[in-house]
Design a protein. Structure first.
Length: 334
């Protein structure tokens, strides 16, 4: 939906000329699922309704400015099905701006973590990338991505949360907060259907009195040939204790995915496994069928089987408990 439609929607807004000049695009989706999980009631769920605006404009220097603001609605997730209205429970997924040109791209704000591209197994829906440790998006961040040279490109990002001052505790020990709370760096290679990437992230958010200094390495490889896709990624996440009562820990995550498309129908298979050093293995298998209905709409069905400790999850690594289940989804994009 290009700027002409957006202009109609905000015709009374004082910022209309600015939006028009920026060639703004309004976009979004409505996404519903019928979820049938073992030992649970059926749930007709909001699977992530989104609304966003993005655009670009040419600067006097010849560079291109860009921006994106994308929200997600969490309505109908709090037991209000019999009420006339429900809270939107609005969350922000993307809120960023930047500039790009022959030199590459610089982005500031909240945006997709450039390292997440290595998570090549995340191509499904309900429980896709269930054990992944790499953050999908990062906020309070500044990133640079290089142009591609012979198929290679690199990236680096820093995060600065702010909000605290240096202080001296009751024992006379001085504590100095870091300006940079985390960083990400990595490199990708893409050519002739082959993708390979490796990324590294380190973070310790002291303003939240985080008990861990976290280190994450992610490696992904995928290959696309005609209608077939296969990908695998590996992650190693290490948490080093930085406060009393916390203990060191690490987890290894493996994710393998394959899809094949026939006309407008895609069949997918996925296997995920997580090996925490202080708990049993977590395993999840998935099979799905996805059909493009045209007009921005699609429908799909997924069955997922959970084994081992996945039923209890692994809270130390942000992994929620999972159950065997079957999901049918319907989504309309605009």
């Amino acid at each position: 939906m290009k700027k002409s439609l957006l202009a109609v929607a905000v015709a009374s807004a004082a910022t209309l000329p600015v939006l028009a000049q920026a060639d703004a695009t309004l976009y979004g989706r409505l996404h519903f699922q019928m979820q049938f999980d073992k030992n649970q009631d059926m749930n007709i769920a909001n699977a992530g309704h989104r609304l966003g605006v993005k655009g670009e404009s040419e600067l006097d220097s010849g560079l291109t400015a860009f921006y994106q603001l994308e929200t997600q609605f969490g309505n109908d997730t709090d037991g209000t099905s019999t009420e006339g209205t429900t809270d939107a429970n609005l969350k922000v997924r993307h809120a960023n701006a930047g500039v790009k040109g022959d030199f590459g791209k610089v982005t500031v704000g909240r945006f997709e973590n450039p390292m997440y591209k290595t998570v090549v197994g995340d191509v499904f829906e309900r429980t896709s990338a269930a054990f992944t440790q790499t953050q999908e998006r990062i906020g309070n961040s500044l990133a640079y991505e290089s142009p591609s040279y012979a198929g290679f490109n690199g990236y680096a990002a820093i995060t600065g949360d702010g909000g605290n001052e240096d202080y001296t505790d009751t024992n006379g020990v001085k504590h100095s907060y870091k300006d940079v709370d985390g960083y990400v760096a990595g490199v990708n290679y893409e050519a002739n259907g082959l993708y390979a990437g490796v990324g590294y992230a380190q973070s310790q958010y002291e303003k939240d009195q985080d008990s861990y200094d976290k280190h994450d390495v992610s490696v992904g490889v995928s290959y696309t040939y005609n209608n077939a896709f296969v990908g695998a990624n590996y992650e190693h996440n290490q948490q080093l204790a930085t406060s009393a009562g916390a203990t060191d820990g690490s987890i290894d995550v493996y994710d393998v995915a394959a899809t094949y498309t026939i006309d407008k129908t895609t069949i997918g298979l996925n296997y995920s496994q997580a090996n925490p050093d202080n708990a049993d293995k977590l395993k999840r298998s998935l099979v799905g069928v996805y059909h493009d209905l045209g007009g921005g709409a699609d429908v799909y069905a997924e069955y997922y089987n959970v084994n081992g400790a996945a039923e209890q999850g692994a809270s130390d690594y942000g992994i929620d408990a999972l159950n065997d289940g079957f999901t049918v989804g319907y989504r309309v994009k605009f």
